[in-house]
Design a protein around this ligand. Sequence first.
Ligand code: MN
Length: 204
Amino acid sequence: MKHELPKLPYAYDALEPHIDARTMEIHHTKHHAIYVTKLNEALSGHPEIQNKPLEEMLRNIDSVPEDIRGAVRNHGGGHLNHSLFWKIMKSPVQNGGIMSHGKIGQLINQNFGDFQKFREEFNKTALGVFGSGWTWLVVDDAGKLSIISTPNQDSPFMKGLRPILGLDVWEHAYYLKYQNARPEYLKAWWNVVNWKEVENRFNK
Ligand code: MN
């Protein structure tokens, strides 16, 4: 089984003006595509694990053969992280939005006080990521929500946590439009979060 670059569920310009079309295109066709290619290359030498779901490999990263463990962690993590990232965003004109809603909205309020506090904590965590990485809203086995960050392309699954919302804070995700201004990118990003998809992921 070969891993494939998933199609975006919207056009490259769908997230304008918050995330520009050129960034989306490069991010998808260059950055994400390379993770997929390199993951397939690594797995080609290990037919015995080629059909294992990526999520399972990352949950049990120590049982991945040592010679490709780094590649699965980086490129497999990169593939899975970006596959989530595209889906938890949507066009702001199609009811994307700043506010959570539904059951996940209630749980966020219960866990963090209110939505504003949740967003502040998430932003603070994202601003605190040194270098390249991700910030996540994750669910543990007991159904509890928390905000974490991971370095590089590490997946929350490696810690036994299920990601339901994720923000790519690598500079390649925002540099063309925002240069080094990560706070501006964060502020804009909340406008394109697809809360329906976050809720679907929570309910899985
Ligand atoms: Mn990225």
